[in-house]
Design a protein around this ligand. Structure first.
Ligand code: NAP
Ligand code: F7E
Length: 329
């Protein structure tokens, strides 16, 4: 049987890298869209191991350049499209609302149009987010919880989510929306709170800094592992019918609890003398509490998270420890 082909936008991001590994394990031919960057050496660090083994087909393109999307779709003729590209940092979306809306919102529309016109038989995954719930009307959140975004990022993702539904309904296309809660890993960007706390605490332990500045310690999030969450994306596209699915662990922790856990694990004792507060890391509108209910995914997709909060952070600590230790020299 011919190999299945998948196209991933955002292939060099956290999720794109784990999804590439998963699809390659399943025997797929994997194509990815990469944007041109002036530091090519570091841009592909998360997928370098796959590039070295010549396992990926990378093509230059950009979510804002529809011609490039059409070109890559025509060249790759994918069976499955995973739309993971976006400016994905919520705090930064307040500083760059237009670019965020363009990459996450308009970029998705350009890709949906290119997909409808060039390869409508393919299956499409749209990377939606729990940030679309805003300050949620109920807890835990499921697929029927109203969307009420409070950040430019959340608004852009909501626009993309509604368009994906509309394309599914209007044109009968196979498009599934994931509504994914926070997921982390050793490949998480260093300015998201889990990686920032792990790296900051390690730097304190290695004498590289005295304190770590954070924003809101009271916010509560439902944190899972990216490896588990890319498996859910794949399962959505193997399901008999397209649909919307919440993906979450169902357990929430505060940022304070995250800090407490990491500092205790590193034997630093009481975390309070080390943590300072910096308004730069606050958001004009913050979501205080998010916790997901993934029972629909459990029932219809047979999906369950396998990696818990503590195991996730232990893995991140083990990964960053030698990197931070190396910075001492
Ligand atoms: P990430 O690590 O920030 O990766 C984002 C990817 O998008 C990168 O490959 C980035 O490329 C690419 N990108 C950004 N703007 C682009 C553009 N204009 N054209 C082409 N590519 C562009 O994000 P992630 O954590 O893997 O998340 C994957 C997707 O899921 C994102 O859409 C995110 O918003 C969404 N999501 C994430 C979470 C989470 O907790 N991780 C939860 C819900 C939803 P560069 O390297 O060139 O910047
Ligand atoms: O913040 C608080 C912050 O930036 C988590 C993205 O993947 O998940 C992610 O968005 C919480 C927030 O993730 C700092 O205010 C406190 O309450 O790690 P984060 P996020 O904003 O939840 C969603 C589901 C996505 O879709 C996004 O793409 O931590 N917090 N102090 C801080 N956050 C950061 N970054 N830095 C701080 O110093």
């Amino acid at each position: 049987m011919a190999k299945k082909r998948a196209l991933i936008t955002g292939i060099n991001g956290q999720d794109g890298s784990y999804l590439s590994e998963l699809l390659l394990e399943q025997g797929y031919e994997v194509w990815g869209i990469l944007r041109r960057n002036s530091v090519a050496e570091t841009q592909t660090s998360r997928i370098q191991h796959l590039r070295e083994r010549d396992l990926l087909r990378l093509e230059y393109g950009d979510m804002l350049d529809m011609a490039s999307l059409v070109r890559v779709l025509k060249a790759s003729r994918p069976d499955e499209i995973y739309n993971l590209a976006a400016q994905s940092h919520v705090r930064i979306s307040f500083d760059q609302p237009i670019y965020t809306a363009e990459s996450a919102g308009m970029g998705t529309l350009l890709l949906l149009e290119a997909f409808r016109l060039t390869c409508p038989g393919a299956r499409f995954y749209q990377a939606g987010s729990s940030e679309m719930f805003g300050e949620p009307a109920e807890s835990p959140q499921n697929e029927r919880t109203p969307l009420n975004p409070v950040s430019p990022y959340g608004c852009a993702k909501t626009f993309a989510h509604h368009l994906a539904r509309q394309y599914r309904q209007s044109y009968g296309l196979f498009i599934s929306n994931g509504i994914l809660f926070n997921h982390e890993s050793p490949r998480r960007g260093e300015n998201f709170v889990t990686a920032k706390v792990v790296i900051g605490a390690l730097e304190i332990r290695h004498g590289l800094r005295r304190s770590l500045a954070l924003g809101n310690l009271d916010a509560r999030r439902d944190w899972g592992h990216a490896k588990d969450y890319v498996r859910a994306m794949w399962r959505m596209l193997q399901h008999a019918a397209p649909d919307d699915f919440v993906i979450a662990t169902g357990q929430d922790r505060s940022v304070r609890e995250l800090v407490e856990f990491v500092f205790a694990r590193l034997g630093l004792g009481d975390w309070r003398p080390y943590i300072t507060s910096d308004p730069r890391y606050l958001r004009p509108t913050e979501i205080t509490h998010l916790r997901g209910d993934a029972s629909k995914a459990r029932t219809l997709l047979g999906w369950m998270p396998t990696i818990g909060f503590e195991q996730l952070l232990d893995e991140m600590i083990a990964h960053f420890e030698p990197i931070v230790a190396g910075r001492r020299r």
